[in-house]
Ligand binder design. Structure first.
Ligand code: ATP
Ligand code: ZN
Length: 286
């Protein structure tokens, strides 16, 4: 029987859209009746389970799902024996300490003897132990940000992305403890068939990630300045050079990282490049 992977993703929340979008870019269409626990995927031997993100580590550890997509923060909080096999680059956030804005945070020792509210008690416990801090952990599952205002805590340890929620509760972020992003996790005891399928999936993910950070560049160059222009484009081994109908000019095509592009654009123009086009790449397979 041909093997198939079972993938657990978040049913609805801050990871859902990114997960579905990433699969789509990998050529995998998830038709989700989001009211259901299961969804069908086209374009890859995959069955999709739609779950609460908190439950994904357990499902993957138990082998009910072979792989899952969730935030690194949940992986660290749940401490299940699962493997992180790929960083996915979306749903980025940070876990930070925040205190009321009129309080002076003197450094981590400030937290000694304080009451800290969090929905990440395990990560907080590890952090306090690593820093030799003795504090009281108040484990709260939602609206952690309101606890200092109502006198329940002196500080909070929580996820921050834009900081808007902190601000509206009169809090300031004073210490970033860890950064998180979505990751692909896998059960640690899979058959070779399933491992092969995961590697195929990772190959697709990497092609998409590579394409995202690179651009296809086309420009017109006077033939007598060609060497200068080629030398300006970093990492370009062998650009495609095509003659133009206009005598003495050619067209040059290559792939360049977006960061490099912004660094060399002015120099390219000074070197005589014209008609510069930068276009997105959908997939980049190497
Ligand atoms: P569920 O109902 O599935 O349990 P949830 O309320 O626990 O959902 P979400 O708020 O949807 O979870 O967040 C899911 C994950 O998205 C977080 O664990 C974290 O990795 C990431 N994330 C990114 N930005 C934020 C943010 N601003 N606030 C909370 N989580 C964020
Ligand atoms: Zn959750």
């Amino acid at each position: 029987m041909e093997s198939k992977l079972t993938l657990a993703i978040q049913k609805s929340g801050r990871l859902s859209e990114g997960s579905i979008e990433m699969l789509k870019l990998c050529g995998i269409k998830v038709s989700n009746g989001t009211n259901h626990l299961k969804a069908v995927a086209e374009g890859f031997p995959l069955e999709v389970l739609l779950l609460r993100d908190d439950d994904i580590p357990q499902y993957v550890a138990d082998g009910v799902a072979d792989i899952g997509i969730l935030g690194m923060n949940e992986v660290l909080e749940k401490k299940k024996p699962i493997s992180v096999v790929k960083q996915l680059g979306f749903s980025k956030c940070r876990l930070s300490v925040a205190v009321p804005k009129d309080v002076t945070y003197t450094g981590r020792e400030f937290l000694n003897g304080k009451r800290i509210a969090t929905s990440y008690p395990e990560i907080l416990k590890d952090f306090l132990a690593d820093n030799n801090i003795d504090a009281e952990i108040h484990c709260i599952s939602g609206s952690v940000e309101i606890t200092p205002g109502i006198g329940l805590a002196d500080a909070i340890f929580e996820i921050v992305s834009s900081g808007g929620t902190l601000l509206s509760n009169g809090l300031t972020e004073v210490d970033i403890i860890m950064r998180s992003e979505a990751v692909l996790v896998a059960n640690s005891n899979l058959s070779q068939d399933k491992i092969n399928l995961i590697n195929k999936l990772i190959f697709r993910i990497e092609s998409v990630q590579r394409a995202k950070s690179n651009k296809y560049i086309l420009l017109n160059a006077p033939e007598n300045r060609l060497t200068d222009i080629v030398n300006l484009i970093p990492g370009m081994k062998s650009p495609t050079i095509l003659p133009l109908a206009m005598e003495g000019w050619c067209s040059l095509h290559s792939v360049i990282s977006e960061v490099d592009f912004w660094n060399v654009i002015d120099k390219l123009k000074d070197a005589g490049a014209e008609g510069i086009l930068v276009v997105p790449i959908e997939k980049m397979v190497i």
